[in-house]
Design a protein around this ligand. Sequence first.
Ligand SMILES: Nc1ncnc2c1ncn2[C@@H]1O[C@H](COP(=O)(O)OP(=O)(O)OP(=O)(O)O)[C@@H](O)[C@H]1O
Ligand SMILES: [Mg+2]
Length: 329
Amino acid sequence: MEATNELLRVENLGVVFTHGSMEAHALRGIDLSFSRKEIHGLVGESGSGKTVTSTCIIGLLPSPPGKIVSGRILFGTQDLLKLPEGEMRKVRGRKIAMVFHEPAKYLNPAFKIGEQITEMLILHLGMNKAQAREKALELLGLVGLGKDGRILDSYPHELSGGMKQRAMIAIAISCDPVFLIADEPTTALDVTLQLQILRLIRKLKDMLGMGVLFISHDLGVVKEVADRVSVIYAGRIVESSSKGKLFEKPLHPYTRLLILSIPDARKRGSRLATIPGRVPDADKTPTGCAFHPRCPLADARCASDNPELVEYEPGHVAACHHAGEPWNI
Ligand SMILES: Nc1ncnc2c1ncn2[C@@H]1O[C@H](COP(=O)(O)OP(=O)(O)OP(=O)(O)O)[C@@H](O)[C@H]1O
Ligand SMILES: [Mg+2]
């Protein structure tokens, strides 16, 4: 990856949640790099730290109980973690936008879709009402909701799930963000709608030149949409590479098991691999490699020494004492 193309970089991000005497180390030194016009998929099972990572980037970590204990988030020359809230408010929604998996929660039921889009344009871009309405129509056309104004004058409850998701994407891209965070944006949709939304995100990424952080627990979905993939486990990145290399030559046993658990039409009838056990709670992270209790390759060293991320080929890193070793499962 060319350094000049880098848009945003997360370095050594650490987050702890404190509840009374309980300390949960939700992120334990996350490193991620995002480029323009690139969809970077972040994948891992439930509880691995995907949403906590995205809330830190957008400056919305609930604090307390959450606290950022280490790291930087470099956006150009600025460290977002050092920005006062007033400055961060100018970045959030304007330069860095976000879409979530539950548009119903995000869209305000009391306001028409058009009002919710034009509000952003008036607030952030200083447009007048007529300019904002025209731009809102253009945005709805862009996300496939028609240019005739019908959706503009609809309330959220009048739209189907897929349409709501498109409307939320229109709001997110309204101020031409350079970076878009999509946290499980298709999880609530059926497969056909899911594919349509994934295609839409790819189209918008190309048209607007945005960098995208695409979060999913489903590596099959990430495979459809991402250019680059990072795998997160128990608050650490365990593997990261271009999508092609990750699927061709996965190095970490966790990545390999995630790949084997993707439902695949060609494998129909064959047994789908499942990964035994589950992600540990963030206050009970095992010693050594956090994945070792579930790993088919684990030995005594894995239980005591936490493996560092090592670059095995340019742009392909993994944190595993047995990276790429053969196995039979
Ligand atoms: N407010 C909180 N208080 C305590 N722990 C929290 C809090 N929010 C998140 N955590 C913990 O941080 C860890 C990461 O949570 P996160 O929500 O980032 O997971 P995720 O990867 O987004 O999972 P999912 O796929 O279910 O959305 C989990 O162990 C979770 O229990
Ligand atoms: Mg989440």
